[in-house]
Design a protein around this ligand. Structure first.
Ligand SMILES: [Zn+2]
Length: 67
């Protein structure tokens, strides 16, 4: 599911979380913290928005989706 989003994840930290540019609101800074293996995420810029991989995909605008 996460592979369908244009996330460009960086190297995960010790907890397995990776900072990426938010697929929901966009922006120039990686404000979305996501666990690529589990799919759970939180975006600090989106007002503490959080969810699982399906929730992120559902919220992302079509331009961030590969198909
Ligand atoms: Zn966001």
């Amino acid at each position: 599911m996460l592979g369908l989003l244009d996330l460009h994840p960086s190297k995960p930290n010790g907890s397995g979380y990776t900072q990426v540019r938010c697929a929901i609101h966009g922006g120039d800074h990686p404000s979305l913290s996501i666990h690529m293996a589990r799919g759970n995420w939180r975006c600090f810029a989106c007002g503490e928005a959080r969810g699982d991989a399906l929730e992120l995909y559902r919220r992302a605008p079509r331009r961030h989706r590969h198909r």
